[in-house]
Design a protein around this ligand. Structure first.
Ligand SMILES: *[C@@H]1O[C@H](CO)[C@@H](O)[C@H](O)[C@H]1NC(C)=O
Ligand SMILES: *[C@@H]1O[C@H](CO)[C@@H](O)[C@H](O)[C@H]1NC(C)=O
Ligand SMILES: *[C@@H]1O[C@H](CO)[C@@H](O)[C@H](O)[C@H]1NC(C)=O
Ligand SMILES: *[C@@H]1O[C@H](CO)[C@@H](O)[C@H](O)[C@H]1NC(C)=O
Ligand SMILES: *[C@@H]1O[C@H](CO)[C@@H](O)[C@H](O)[C@H]1NC(C)=O
Length: 463
């Protein structure tokens, strides 16, 4: 999901917030439920690593020199919620660690979790109780994020956060005490922003960026595979959703090489040029310089009205949809629609099953491409899951780039395959990142400011 404020405001954001120095030391402990790349039992090497890490940890804590770091990798199994509407993973917060399901969102950069003070607006989602965590620290700045589909508000804090076997002590995040309706669907308790710190409303470095910039990962990148259940009439509300690979790419999930496209400027969103598009084999004109944000937290694909019109012009008997569907188009479900996209390198196809987002009548389908205007200086296209289900995606720290590869037959076989839905886990700690930065940070934008921008720029996106 793309926070509204930045759709209009991106160009005036400071870009000086990358790479705040933090120390990384390996540490081990708090093995609760194990979900690690290497699941072999602890051997002598690991015990010695543990002993070393305890020492390193102590040195770091009491101001000793930064010690060498052990790189690692891990993965988090994803859940596909409501027939490809959203994809969530899990992480754990606090001491003792409590696990939460969070939407995995490469279109924003804040981690937030519903707090125990949230009350009815958080529905039946489980909540984080600061008073139950011995490592909770209140930064006491306000937090208010507006997405096209709703908003969340609370305050900024720090606590230990663990995910996929990694642990970050003093990870900044927001404890949310109010969310707008429909933003949280149980069991989801929050959202993990996987974009860059420059667009973090909380001004906290995102978890992934802390890990990547501190060399905690074997490779400073994360890979995403998302499953498809949209055209599966037997699908349940929750299905296995694919995987988030942290610190490596899983070569079993893709074929050929990964085609990387660099971010053409200061990283904020994961945005890359959109260079060409065909619909039923016919090219759609794309203005030179057009960029697209690659967004796991958006279900569909948004673009400028003129381009969306040009897409549906290639689909006989399609028409603008009305009412709640304003901005979308309907088309005959009997039409198989083939769309191909290129970001300057290879060409990628979208499955006709993903193009047919949903059915609106016995014969009419709603297309996954819809009209939305974004703010000046922001990517004009938002490329969501309707595309990302068709590729293995890689989000690389340095050079900042997004890569795609064709899915392997193993990955494709996981579409619609059913099976056990992964449950929230607390990975064992393979590498810990200690936050030693005491520098005061800018205040989070206040509620009134973001509301003002929302009204002033009318950057309305229904994502
Ligand atoms: C944290 O600080 C905020 C803002 O001052 C306050 O509203 C909130 O109640 C505090 N939370 C806790 C758990 O102390
Ligand atoms: C580290 O602490 C500083 C100041 O308390 C905070 O602003 C920053 O976001 C923290 N970094 C992480 C990775 O949590
Ligand atoms: C869903 O669509 C894909 C691609 O069009 C196809 O391979 C698959 O068999 C379809 N699955 C179902 C259950 O219709
Ligand atoms: C790679 O993906 C395959 C297929 O999902 C899986 O069986 C394997 O465990 C994965 N390996 C790693 C290292 O993640
Ligand atoms: C991806 O697969 C398609 C269909 O098999 C093929 O035409 C295309 O060349 C592949 N792309 C890459 C980059 O390997």
């Amino acid at each position: 999901m793309i926070p509204l404020i930045f759709l209009a405001f991106l160009s005036v954001l400071p870009a000086d917030t990358f790479g705040a120095p933090t120390d990384v030391v390996p540490v081990s402990g708090q093995a609760i439920s194990l979900l690690r790349r290497n699941q072999s039992p602890r051997d002598v090497t690991q015990w010695s690593a543990l002993a070393k890490s305890q020492r390193d940890n102590l040195i770091a804590k009491y101001g000793g020199p930064v010690t060498t770091q052990k790189r690692s990798s891990g993965y988090n199994l994803i859940v596909d919620q409501q027939y490809d509407s959203s994809y969530y993973g899990s992480l754990a917060v606090g001491t003792p660690a409590v696990s939460f399901d969070v939407i995995l969102d490469t279109g924003s950069a804040d981690l937030w979790v519903a707090g125990s003070s949230c009350g009815t607006s958080c529905g039946s989602s489980s909540t984080y109780n600061p008073s139950s965590s011995s490592t909770f620290q209140n930064l006491s700045t306000s937090f208010d994020i507006q997405y096209g589909s709703g908003s969340a508000a609370g305050y900024v804090a720090q606590d230990m956060v663990q995910m996929a076997g990694f642990s970050v002590s003093s990870q900044g995040f927001a404890v949310v005490d109010s969310v707008s309706q429909n933003l949280l669907t149980s069991p989801v308790s929050g959202l993990l922003g996987l974009a860059w710190e420059s667009i973090a409303i909380s001004k906290q470095m995102p978890l992934w960026q802390t890990l990547a910039s501190n060399n905690a990962w074997d490779s400073a990148l994360f890979g995403v595979q998302l499953t498809r259940y949209t055209n599966d009439s037997t699908a349940q509300q929750l299905e296995p959703g694919g995987v988030l690979n942290m610190g490596y790419t899983n070569s079993s999930l893709y074929t050929g090489s990964i085609d990387y496209i660099d971010i053409p400027g200061t990283p904020s969103y994961w945005y890359i040029p959109l260079t060409s598009m065909t619909v039923q084999g016919t090219s759609i004109s794309i203005t030179s310089g057009t960029t697209a944000a690659i967004d796991t937290g958006t279900t569909n694909i948004a673009g400028p009205a003129s381009s969306i019109q040009a897409i549906y012009a290639q689909i006989p008997n399609s028409q603008p949809a009305t009412g709640e569907w304003a901005g979308y188009y309907s088309f005959p479900c009997s039409t198989t629609v083939n769309v191909e996209l290129s970001f300057g390198g290879a060409t990628w196809s979208i499955s006709p099953a993903d193009f047919a987002f949903t059915q609106s009548s016995s014969t009419e389908c709603i297309g996954a491409f819809f009209e939305a205007s974004t703010g000046t200086g922001s990517p004009s296209w938002i490329i969501g899951d309707a595309f990302l289900k068709n590729v293995y995606s890689v989000f690389r720290y340095n050079p900042p780039s997004v890569g795609f590869a064709n899915l392997s037959s193993i990955a494709i076989a996981e579409n619609g395959a059913g099976g056990t839905v992964p449950s929230a886990t607390i990975g064992t700690v393979s590498a810990a990142v200690t936050n030693t930065s005491d520098a005061p940070r800018r205040h989070a934008l206040s509620a009134s400011l973001s509301t003002f921008l929302f009204l002033a720029f009318s950057a309305v996106l229904l994502l």
